[in-house]
Design a binder for this molecule. Structure first.
Ligand code: PEP
Ligand code: MN
Length: 337
């Protein structure tokens, strides 16, 4: 961290600042130039409130030179992390496609979709049992019964399952779930993040909040990792912008940016990111070409009658076509079944 002092900084106040830094086990190195005076700070500044320094009358500005996240930072972990999802590996050159309906609706629906996405090459099954819906009047998910149906589908197809956890009181129900999804709306539910960090080592699919910066996403990953669970995957699912032609704006730039900042795998969700089925295939292809480690795609046997997110759901036939094109882009990282 570098503190740039004001030109006419009062020497007594500067001394006070140096003392304050030393009290916090930070070693200040003062360099006085012709135009300005800088204080280089050596030590663990991660816990420091930069705003407090910034607010001092002698301070012109403060610049962090090290990111506030450590466990998620590629600087301290140069190798790609490979996340093992019950035998299905994501990251470090391993590419996977997670597919299934937005919500688990019935045993017949889920098992039918699971079999068809598996036949098209999906390697993991998704489906929400606990659903975060904008309207309290909308279908809220089947809850515990939904989890039981997911486990039935896993038994039938041997696909690992990925499903959303909304409240930590439900964690004991997730013992046989393979990947726990933390949804966009809960990305900054810090108590929930701490809980999935401390209570489990299961892989966590952490979705980016719809208005979250990448630093905020990485700090949320840091919460999980600092609490004890290193198995985190970062998921881009579209951000909210001024554009109204799509449900959200897909931010594929995150793939190279996050890979430079972090060693964690990057998963792209073109379904929520676009909101319309016809946009999913081109965005899935773009994400694959840009180096995503996995895709998560919503598929429904009858999108017109889906209880949630029908407009963005691919039919099994559309999914199969998409998989052919995606497979052609990454033939070495992944083989279609
Ligand atoms: C979902 O995956 O169905 C979902 C609700 O996602 P998000 O949290 O990204 O909106
Ligand atoms: Mn959905």
């Amino acid at each position: 961290m570098i503190i740039i002092l004001k030109k006419d900084a009062d020497q007594k106040q500067v001394e006070g600042l140096l003392g304050w830094l030393r009290e916090r086990h930070i070693t200040p190195n003062v360099s006085t130039g012709e135009r300005e005076t800088l204080i280089g700070c050596i030590g663990d500044v991660a816990k420091m409130d930069i705003g407090l320094v910034q607010a001092l009358s002698v301070v012109e500005s403060v610049q962090r030179i090290q990111e506030p996240y450590k466990a998620a930072n590629r600087k301290f972990h140069p190798e790609d992390s490979v996340i093992d999802c019950s035998g299905v590996k994501i990251g470090g050159g391993n590419f996977q496609v997670i597919a299934g309906p937005c919500s688990v609706e019935s045993e017949e629906q889920l098992i039918g979709i699971a079999k068809s996405v598996k036949a098209s090459g999906a390697t993991m099954l998704r489906g929400g049992a606990f659903k975060p819906r904008t309207s309290p009047y909308a279908f809220q998910g089947l809850g515990q019964r939904g989890l039981e149906i997911l486990l039935e589908a896993k038994k039938e197809t041997s696909l690992p399952i990925c499903t959303e956890l909304m409240g930590f009181e439900h964690l004991p129900l997730f013992n046989d779930v393979d990947v726990i999804q933390i949804g966009a709306r809960n990305m900054q539910n810090f108590d929930l993040l701490k809980e999935v960090g401390a209570q489990t080592k299961k892989p966590i699919l952490l979705k980016r909040g719809m208005s979250a910066t990448l630093q905020e996403l990485l700090m949320s990953a840091e919460y999980i990792m600092a609490s004890g669970n290193p198995n985190v995957m970062l998921c881009e699912r579209g951000i909210r912008t001024f554009e109204t032609a799509m449900r959200n704006t897909i931010d594929l730039t995150v793939i190279p940016v996050l890979k430079r900042l972090s060693h964690l795998p990057v998963v792209i969700d073109p379904s929520h990111a676009t909101g319309y089925a016809h946009l999913v295939e081109p965005c899935a292809m773009g994400a694959t070409a840009m180096g995503a480690d996995a895709l998560i795609i919503e598929v429904h046997n009858d999108p017109q009658r889906a209880l949630c997110d029908g407009a963005q759901s691919l039919t099994p036939a559309m999914f199969d076509s998409m998989m052919g094109k995606v497979g052609a882009i990454r033939p070495h990282a992944w083989k279609r079944a």
